[in-house]
Write a protein that binds this ligand. Structure first.
Ligand SMILES: Nc1nc2c(ncn2[C@@H]2O[C@H](COP(=O)(O)OP(=O)(O)OP(=O)(O)O)[C@@H](O)[C@H]2O)c(=O)[nH]1
Length: 111
């Protein structure tokens, strides 16, 4: 779906980017997509939430290792956007209240 994402950029104030944390083989492709989003001029003002999903599944890498592999600290430091990360399980509901809180806070701040 990546090639058509740009048609949704207009008036986008919040961006939720979901990473499948149970499958590190997709990480490099996922990171390229994320870098493309973060460098898009139309999204410079958006608040970004990166969700590490499927944390209920076993994985050979920890979330910290995944963050380090995609150089998340550098990415956050260099991006124009305000970036937050939350670890979730969409299946079990873990972390979803934090996501709702982020949405509420973000939209409150943005007016
Ligand atoms: N265990 C688990 N499964 C999940 C979670 N979130 C989604 N799934 C399941 O993962 C499967 C694929 O869903 P998604 O990953 O959302 O869909 P997708 O991105 O099109 O699929 P992939 O590219 O294959 O990951 C579905 O069967 C979902 O029920 C989660 O947090 N935990």
């Amino acid at each position: 779906m990546g090639p058509i994402w740009s048609s949704y950029y207009g008036n986008c104030r919040s961006l939720l980017f979901v990473v499948d944390a149970s499958n590190p083989t997709q990480l490099s492709a996922s990171c390229v997509q994320l870098l493309g989003l973060l460098s898009a001029e139309e999204l410079a003002e958006a608040s970004v939430l990166i969700l590490f999903n499927k944390i209920d599944l076993p994985c050979y890498m920890t979330i910290e290792e995944i963050k380090s592999l995609i150089r998340l600290p550098d990415l956050i430091a260099c991006a124009k956007q305000n970036i937050t990360t939350i670890e979730i399980s969409a299946r079990k509901g873990t972390g979803l209240s934090d996501v709702l809180r982020w949405l509420q806070d973000t939209h409150k701040t943005n007016g």
